[in-house]
Design a protein around this ligand. Structure first.
Ligand code: EPU
Length: 418
């Protein structure tokens, strides 16, 4: 298993380009199952989760062809099977989103239920209830969700929580259901808007993506498309924090400032100079960071996917910060690793009390999930001494060549293959 070895204490400087959004790309790739025609998607990040999704599509019988490093052509005209196995779904929960598109186009499907993961229980009740409201019969049998429907119809669906995955899943299915569907209390993340954009480019009729209520008028069929995925706001935010934590100066090219509003607000409160410009966001760190309080919320609130990174930065801020995690019940695994690097963090329920220390120190640490791993890398960049982050396969699920990108910004960082 690979390790990332960092000798910290260097101020990072320079420009870095943002990749396409992983969390937008995953459902968009799966949307190709809704059409018999060829779909080309561009700006798709070459990360492990994308490669897993492409393998899943191939396993179903779709033709998949990589066009260079960041584009892919998919044709799901005839499928060989309408089933996704546990072995695959357990490695990537987002693969559960194949259930709806397979059902909508072929009338039945069988997909393993994903179970929990390191950051929480992550149930799928909202996905299944929504499908049932559209006329699907869903049974849970031996760890699999089996769904069938002669014809799916539009429905009024109220989500108890604005779940990103459930909103995406139901929006995809509704594009081919007969009549009108409204999804109320829908997730409003930029990734939802991007999926809607991709579906609309395939002929779907969707209004209100990015708002509280999404209205979808079902159509007979969807056609092919050539669609470009949005930049990854979480990767961009990670580099913004890298500048702040190292007192550096990084121009994050391709970052969309409006997608990062809550992050930019907090960085400014922390005393960091953040400059939004036409091509991205530049962050200039100056002096010790100030403590701030953060509460993760559905978009447009502060993203849970940047909570761990911000916590790393706040470890050396002046004063005490309180970080409340309201989205996932177990997303503080990085706390105990950060404490091994000299941080002073106490957890009570869903709140972490971070008392700023003057400096972190390098240490061997272990990654537990994607965003936790990158937070340890950020901490390592700021800590004099050597930090070794093991179990970096989590990192590769969502970041493209991050060690090369950080190295180009001046970091002393290397991947050690074991
Ligand atoms: N929830 C339910 N029932 C459901 C669905 C969700 O109770 O049927 C709960 C979950 O248990 C959780 C909360 O709702 O407590 C939020 O879950 P959501 O469905 O919004 O998240 P997701 O679709 O599973 C996506 C991202 C995550 C990101 C969250 C929140 C993808 C592939 N994943 O997950 O990304 O943290 O939205 O923004 O888009 C990551 O990239 O590191 C990552 C974990």
């Amino acid at each position: 298993m690979d390790k990332i070895v960092i000798r910290g204490g260097t101020r990072l400087r320079g420009r870095v380009d943002v990749e396409g959004s992983k969390n937008a790309a995953l459902p968009i790739l799966l949307a190709s199952l809704l059409s018999a025609e060829e779909c080309i998607f561009r700006n798709v990040p070459n990360v492990v989760d994308v490669r897993t999704t492409l393998r899943l599509l191939e396993g179903l019988g779709a033709e998949v062809e990589r066009l260079g490093d960041s584009a892919v052509r998919i044709r799901a005209e005839r499928l060989a099977r309408l089933e996704a196995q546990y072995e695959l779904v357990k490695t990537m929960r987002a693969s559960f989103l194949v259930l709806g598109p397979l059902l909508a186009r072929h009338g039945h499907a069988r997909v393993s239920t994903p179970g929990g993961c390191a950051i929480g229980g992550r149930p799928i009740n909202l996905h299944l209830e929504g499908l049932e409201r559209m006329g699907a019969r869903v049974e849970l049998v031996e760890g699999y969700a089996q769904a069938e429907a002669e014809e799916l119809h539009g429905a009024r669906i109220y989500l108890d929580f604005p779940s990103v995955g459930a909103t995406e899943h139901l929006m995809m299915v509704a594009t081919l259901a007969k009549g009108q569907t409204t999804i109320e209390h829908a997730a409003r993340e930029p990734e939802i808007v991007d999926l809607a954009g991709a579906l609309i480019s395939m002929g779907a009729q969707i209004r209100g993506a990015g708002e509280d209520v999404i209205t979808i008028d079902g159509v007979e069929r969807l056609h092919g498309t050539d669609y470009t995925v949005i930049p990854d706001r979480i990767e961009a935010g990670t580099f913004l924090v890298a500048a702040a934590i190292t007192g550096g100066d990084i121009d994050v090219v391709g970052a969309i400032p409006t997608h990062l509003d809550p992050v930019i607000l907090k960085l400014r409160e922390m005393g960091v100079d953040v400059r939004e410009h036409d091509h991205g966001v530049r962050v200039i760190g100056n002096g010790r960071l100030h403590a701030v309080d953060i509460k993760t919320m559905p978009y447009p609130g502060f993203p849970t996917d940047l909570q761990a990174q911000m916590m790393a930065a706040l470890c050396t801020a002046d004063g005490q910060s309180v970080i409340s995690e309201t989205i996932f019940e177990n997303r503080f695994m990085h706390v105990y690793e950060l404490n091994r690097m000299g941080a002073d963090i106490k957890v009570e329920g869903n709140r972490a009390f971070v008392s700023g220390v003057a400096q972190l120190g390098g240490a061997p640490v272990m990654a537990t999930d994607l965003r936790a791993s990158v937070s340890l890398i950020l901490a390592g960049l700021a800590a004099p001494g050597t930090t070794e982050v093991s179990r970096v396969y989590h990192l590769d699920r969502g970041y493209v060549r991050i060690e090369e990108k950080l190295s180009a910004l001046g970091a002393d960082i290397a991947r050690v293959r074991e």
